[in-house]
Design a protein around this ligand. Structure first.
Ligand code: SF4
Length: 299
């Protein structure tokens, strides 16, 4: 008899009028009917197959099968990496936004806006050659920054070199990008997917339209929220999307609800290419975590 997954996270919104369900094992989430949410909270057991819940991984055959899946996922992660090389490549430490909690404002040595030099690119390629000669079979790359797309040239050059090495030596290759998405457009997404084998983008929204525009504004002060909503739609037409919603102790349920509703309105939540999750903001020493709320209250 199907049972509720142990990994369901259910967010009650609008005083029980709406519920958002996230399964932390599959990473999938969606709005669900209140009646279903309440049943899941009570530890649902049912004879019937409910496609929406099964697709989310929120209703499972039984707990033993689910535990087995978790063990298999963990073992795959733990043991299958011996011939896999995983690199996170910081193409630049500069960024076109100025989020006040960014590590860049604390770790001054990383705020110089430095861009990867050509000799570093060459060393990276040489490092991959070494790994291949030592038996690597899989190469995965995460493009990271600052805003990594500000140094698109490095991504294009290194991707071409990595893909060529992988083709010649029969390695599997995959890549993803952690980006603020503000300079992405249809053409650039296509280029990254087609020429650089990027299969996933990680994009962050703040909890609430106003807070997002307050925190994730450009250095000239322009808001980015609605632009990002449009870009997320373009991304899911071609690629996977990990959508992180930033939260902290001052986040209100209504703020999260607002973002989820906007994502639903642009059709993002229906796509099985999307994983939406809440991510806690980590404040570095000296950064004021309540700054956004005070500014919002004053505005
Ligand atoms: S978008 Fe990312 S890198 Fe840029 S300022 Fe914000 S947190 Fe820092």
């Amino acid at each position: 008899m199907p049972v509720a997954s142990q990994f369901n996270l259910i967010l009650e919104l609008d005083e029980g009028e709406k519920y958002f369900l996230q399964n932390t094992l599959t990473g999938k989430g969606a709005f669900i009917e209140p009646i279903l949410a309440r049943k899941l909270i009570q530890g649902y057991e049912t004879d019937s197959h409910i496609p929406q819940l099964s697709e989310l991984g929120s209703l499972v055959k039984d707990k033993e099968t689910e535990n087995l899946r978790l063990a298999m996922d963990m073992n795959r992660f733990r043991y299958s990496v011996s011939d896999a090389v995983s690199l996170t490549i910081l193409t630049t430490s500069s960024c076109n936004l100025s989020c006040h909690y960014c590590y860049q404002s604390v770790l001054k040595e990383l705020t110089t806006g430095e861009t990867m030099r050509q000799d570093v690119e060459e060393k990276l390629i040489s490092h991959i050659r070494d790994e291949i000669s030592h038996g690597a079979k899989v190469l995965s790359v995460t493009w990271y920054g600052g805003e990594p797309l500000l140094n698109l040239g490095a991504i294009l050059r290194l991707s071409a070199a990595f893909l060529e090495l992988c083709r010649k030596n029969e390695l599997e290759y995959s890549a993803d990008v952690v980006t603020n998405a503000t300079i992405l457009n249809e053409e650039l997404i296509k280029r990254l997917c087609d020429d650089c084998s990027v299969s996933s983008f990680q994009v962050t929204l703040e909890s609430g339209r106003e807070r997002h525009n307050l925190v994730r504004k450009t250095k000239r002060g322009s808001p980015t929220y609605h632009r990002l909503l449009d870009v997320t739609r373009l991304i899911v037409d071609r690629s996977g999307l990990d959508l992180r919603i930033n939260v902290d102790a001052t986040t209100r349920e209504d703020d999260v609800s607002e973002v989820l509703e906007d994502l639903e309105a642009v059709g993002i939540l229906k796509s099985n290419m999307v994983s939406v999750y809440l991510g806690r903001i980590l404040y570095f020493l000296g950064i004021d975590g309540a700054q956004d709320s005070r500014q919002l209250a004053e505005s």
